[in-house]
Design a protein around this ligand. Structure first.
Ligand code: GCO
Length: 480
């Protein structure tokens, strides 16, 4: 047991994403998204899974939210599918789409659960891709802002916490560099930075609109943050750590928090001929929005190791494994800057992700000292292979151990002065992995579902009862 406690108003939460849970992919006027389209391409996902049904949250949201209430959850983070609001990305609002989210929000509020809305969790209206190339065109900026404004207007009296972008670093990297996510482009570095620039501008314009419509609300972006450690005290590796952080972390977080790109990395990309053009107007907009954000959203799963990588060293692309367990042990990097070997001091998950609870405290302290912003941990959790059910019981002691260790470090971070508002586990129910079907389970709630089908019945895992006690005791049941 720990002596530490989280504040009474701490938002203990859990999270999801529309595409990964809702299903009902054509219901009530929903339009086609880039993901609905992408997963039709053979070989893109494990056993060709699609989000047509997912875990059917669209029809079972009341049951799912009742389970959240039973658990005592304080906040539920979910994303809105742009294609339910604007089937073609813009134009006329689809009222039944708005109504669906209105119902979710009301259901949460009825149970005293604070809704936390993600505007963009990767599912872009396919119509915008066909019309002008989606994120590749600056036209997307105004369409995104317009979509956001409709939601702000609709839910301004009910939703206080908003997240503009989920893991912008991931959807752009996987979409334009590794070809694993739509639009499935490989090594298109120049466009990768253009697309990111458009996403930053869309975020920034939206933040400014938000402050006009919901002045008391709280807004930020959620970044997939992997803090890094130099492999040892040799200065050459310390230099690689800075280069890694600038290129892989601060490139995003600095724009959200300061409104500008890290200078050394900008210079590096300029020399390479791939730096995005930043007009004076862009710079002013990014800076104005940075002054207005309320928190840094962090999706925390793992840390990285930085080691010097010579010019003739390893390159950025490991094996493209889109359908199954990772674990090639392969080291990737950027020649001349860094490579990222595994950390011999840490264990890994079934998916070969480093398990580093202290890294979460490190992340919080780094954000606190660098940006002095409040923090929302918008995702953290364990994706496990074997959540087998025995008589409908799931003894996921490995998940409990993982979450316990992370929450403990988070409580220490708070004790050491970090202003952390919320902790959302990924995820509440088991859900569809974008690429890996149902093999990767994160939930407190087991869903009877695999790639072939299933009853979709829900079962509470042991971790459900564990988190319930953590919430009820303000963290007193956490062990050191
Ligand atoms: C997966 C991933 C996701 C992401 C989440 C990020 O296998 O599909 O692990 O679940 O973590 O969508 O925000």
């Amino acid at each position: 047991m720990t002596e530490l406690r989280m504040p009474k108003d701490f938002l203990w939460g859990s999270a999801s994403a529309a595409y990964q849970i809702e299903g009902a992919h054509k219901e009530d006027g929903k339009g086609t998204s880039n993901w609905d389209e992408f997963v039709q391409i053979p070989g893109k996902t494990f056993k060709e899974t699609t989000g047509e049904v997912a875990v059917d949250h669209y029809h079972r949201y009341k049951e799912d939210i009742a389970l959240m209430a039973e658990m005592g959850l304080k906040t539920y983070r979910f994303s809105i599918a742009w294609t339910r609001i604007f089937p073609n990305g813009r134009g006329e609002v689809n009222e039944s789409g708005l109504e669906f989210y209105q119902n979710i929000i009301d259901e949460c509020l009825k149970h005293g659960i604070e809704p936390m809305v993600t505007l963009y969790h990767w599912d872009l209206p396919q119509a915008l891709v066909e019309e002008y190339g989606g994120w590749e065109s600056e036209q997307v900026i105004d369409d995104y802002v317009n979509y956001a404004v409709v939601l702000f207007d609709a839910f301004k009296d009910k939703v206080k916490y908003w997240i503009t972008m989920n893991e912008q670093n991931i959807f752009t990297t996987l979409g334009w560099m590794t070809a694993q996510h739509p639009p499935g482009k490989f090594d298109n570095e120049k466009m990768y930075y253009v697309v990111n620039h458009h996403a930053f501008l869309a975020h920034a314009k939206t933040v400014l609109k938000f402050k006009e419509i919901i002045p008391d609300g709280k807004i930020g972006a959620s970044f997939a943050y992997s803090p890094s450690y130099a492999i040892n005290a040799d200065p050459i590796h310390a230099m690689s750590k800075i280069d890694f952080d600038n290129l892989k972390n601060f490139w995003w977080m600095d724009v959200y928090a300061y409104g500008r790109y890290p200078k050394n990395t900008y210079r590096y990309l300029e020399k390479k001929g791939v730096a995005p053009t930043v007009t004076a107007e862009d710079a002013a907009l990014l800076e104005a929005a940075a002054k207005q954000i309320d928190f840094m959203g962090v999706n925390y799963y793992q840390t990285s190791v930085a080691e010097y990588n010579p010019l003739d060293g390893v390159g950025p692309y490991g094996e493209m494994n889109t359908s199954g367990k990772k674990g090639t042990g392969e080291i990737t990097g950027i020649p001349g800057l860094f490579k990222n070997p595994s950390n011999p001091h840490l264990e890994t998950t079934d998916w070969d992700w480093t398990i580093d609870p202290m890294g979460l405290r490190y992340a919080c302290k780094e954000i606190t000292s660098r940006y002095n912003l409040p923090i929302i941990i918008s995702e953290n959790g364990l994706g496990a292979f074997d959540d087998k059910t025995e008589d409908n019981q799931i003894h996921d002691d490995y998940r409990i151990a993982y979450l316990n260790a992370h929450v403990y470090e988070l409580m220490k971070a708070v004790d050491e002065g970090c202003d952390v508002w919320a902790y959302c586990t990924w995820s509440f129910t088991d859900l569809l992995s974008w690429l890996n079907g149902y093999q990767k389970r994160y939930g407190f709630i087991y869903v009877d579902r695999d790639e072939e089908g299933g009853s979709l019945d829900r079962y509470k895992k042991d971790s459900f009862y564990w988190y319930k006690d953590v919430i009820k005791s303000d963290g007193a049941t956490i062990t050191e």
